[in-house]
Design a protein around this ligand. Structure first.
Ligand code: DAT
Length: 179
């Protein structure tokens, strides 16, 4: 018989991804407030539960313990109703998400945001290059069905508010269609 694609969900789960500084956490928090979905900040969770295998000093970056993270999130994501934010998306199973939002920010705006964060110069450059090369967008397109991946500009507060409102409407439609 047919293999079910994912368990039927009445309430969707959304992944918000993008290069660091594009606005994932801020936007996800606003989506959670607007929709009642629960915000899961994966970066914060990794820090709190120390889900790292090692640390790369040159890149000022921790290497993720993916197995530990996936085990932790599997139960949390099972019932749906989550807005998950993380800077990479290829680690997650496709079945977890009904919508994948990739936030995009132009170089100069992103540069300023990363400077403000006191990232070292190498980390700033890495992330700007990642954004220019649209690494996360390509990753999302390679990892999820084309029709559930959307790219949204996140350069201004107006952009952010529009993105949140658009997502709120999408969640309402999903709930109506799956009631
Ligand atoms: P991320 O979670 O992708 O690393 P963030 O939500 O922490 O990004 O945002 C980084 C900073 O930039 C934070 O001070 C909020 C600001 N910001 C994010 N998106 C924005 C937008 N669309 N317009 C204006 N400021 C934004």
């Amino acid at each position: 018989g047919d293999i079910p694609q994912h368990p039927p969900r009445k309430i969707p789960s959304i992944l918000v991804t993008g290069t660091p500084g594009t606005g994932k956490t801020t936007t996800s928090e606003m989506i959670a407030n607007a929709t009642g979905l629960e915000h899961i900040d994966v970066g914060k969770l990794c820090k709190e539960k120390n889900m790292y295998e090692s640390y790369m000093e040159d890149f000022d970056t921790h290497v993720l313990d993916e197995d530990k993270l996936l085990d932790e999130l599997e139960e949390v994501l099972a019932p749906g109703g989550k807005v998950v934010d993380f800077h990479t998306c290829e680690v997650f199973p496709e079945r977890w998400f009904d919508l994948v939002i990739v936030l995009r920010t132009n170089n100069t705006v992103l540069y300023d945001r990363l400077q403000t964060r006191k990232y070292n110069e190498r980390k700033v450059t890495e992330n700007i290059e990642c954004e220019i090369m649209q690494v996360v967008l390509d990753e999302a397109k390679a990892s999820y069905a084309e029709e559930i991946v959307i790219e949204l500009q996140s350069n201004s507060v107006d952009d952010m508010e529009e993105n949140v409102e658009r997502t709120r409407q999408w969640v309402e439609a999903f709930k109506r269609n799956n009631a």
